[in-house]
Ligand binder design. Structure first.
Ligand SMILES: Cc1cc2nc3c(=O)[nH]c(=O)nc-3n(C[C@H](O)[C@H](O)[C@H](O)COP(=O)(O)OP(=O)(O)OC[C@H]3O[C@@H](n4cnc5c(N)ncnc54)[C@H](O)[C@@H]3O)c2cc1C
Length: 240
């Protein structure tokens, strides 16, 4: 593989470096904001993502038709290099941008794409990933969280763990068991779950290694009833 930059890649780097110079929040340069208050910090990160979005720099790997930049792998790595070089704040919507958005683009309905993709790019809605459970880590097929159809809703019961960003998330890409009689690698459904539903509770796990203000912290997420959590369910077997 030729890792030398093409003229177009050099131009991409120059353009983003220039944009960062003009848009990186002044108070961030030199090591970060001094905020003890978690809420203010999250708002700050949301504003930063919105700025990137408005500048056309959020979801750069997404296809242009969905609001991305259609960036190549080389351009994505240049983007990350420049973010690191500028010591830019992290993207608070990283799970939406890197995992949920691409999944919805690949598997979602047009209605789901129109509903969810713009707010993932702008950072207006933050997503988390509800796969791991206390007894289903590496072996995710052991998951025990159950979901039962109830008209337009699912009734979900179970517990997730290591849910990064759960404390601030509006939505969760949630794996649940919908067919308990199927072999354990089947009968699993992926729900788009509203974290503000009645019955969803989040308990932060305090870590020795990080201060509470950092967003990259873990939670346990308990779900007893999640309403209106889907438009079309996505079978786990199709998520390859
Ligand atoms: C930074 C970070 C962020 C994360 N964020 C999320 C998140 O947002 N959402 C989420 O759902 N999860 C998240 N996780 C969880 C993660 O993706 C894994 O699911 C989880 O860490 C593994 O489960 P466990 O801790 O129960 O370990 P286990 O699955 O119990 O594994 C423990 C050890 O046993 C080994 N092991 C397990 N099974 C076998 C086997 N069959 N054969 C041989 N060795 C085996 C493993 O390699 C490991 O060394 C995160 C983890 C990290 C580190």
């Amino acid at each position: 593989m030729d890792l030398n930059q093409t003229p177009a890649e050099r131009q991409f780097r120059d353009e983003f470096r220039e944009w960062l110079k003009g848009n990186l929040p002044a108070e961030w340069i030199g090591g970060g904001i001094n905020s003890e208050e978690r809420g203010a910090y999250i708002d700050y990160l949301r504003q930063w993502q919105r700025k990137l979005y408005e500048g056309g720099w959020a979801g750069i790997s997404w296809p242009k038709e969905y609001g991305g930049r259609g960036a190549s792998l080389m351009e994505q790595s240049i983007f990350q290099e420049e973010m690191a070089r500028a010591n830019a704040p992290q993207l608070v919507g990283t799970i939406g941008l890197s995992l949920v958005g691409p999944t919805i683009i690949a598997m979602g309905t047009e209605e789901q794409k129109a509903r969810y993709l713009p707010s993932i790019l702008s950072g207006d809605e933050i997503w988390c990933q509800g796969f791991s459970e206390p007894n289903a880590g590496s072996d995710v097929a052991a998951l025990g969280t159950k979901a039962l159809r109830d008209g337009d809703d699912f009734i979900v019961n179970g517990q997730k763990i290591w849910t990064s960003f759960a404390q601030m998330a509006d939505w969760c890409l949630l794996l649940v068991r919908t067919d308990p009689s199927a072999p354990k690698h089947k009968g699993i459904t992926c729900l788009l779950t509203d974290m503000h539903s009645d019955g969803v509770s989040v308990r932060p796990l305090r870590q020795m290694s990080v201060t509470p203000v950092l967003t990259k912290s873990f939670s346990q997420t308990f779900v007893s009833r999640a309403r209106k959590s889907w438009v079309r369910s996505i079978r786990a077997g199709q998520l390859r």
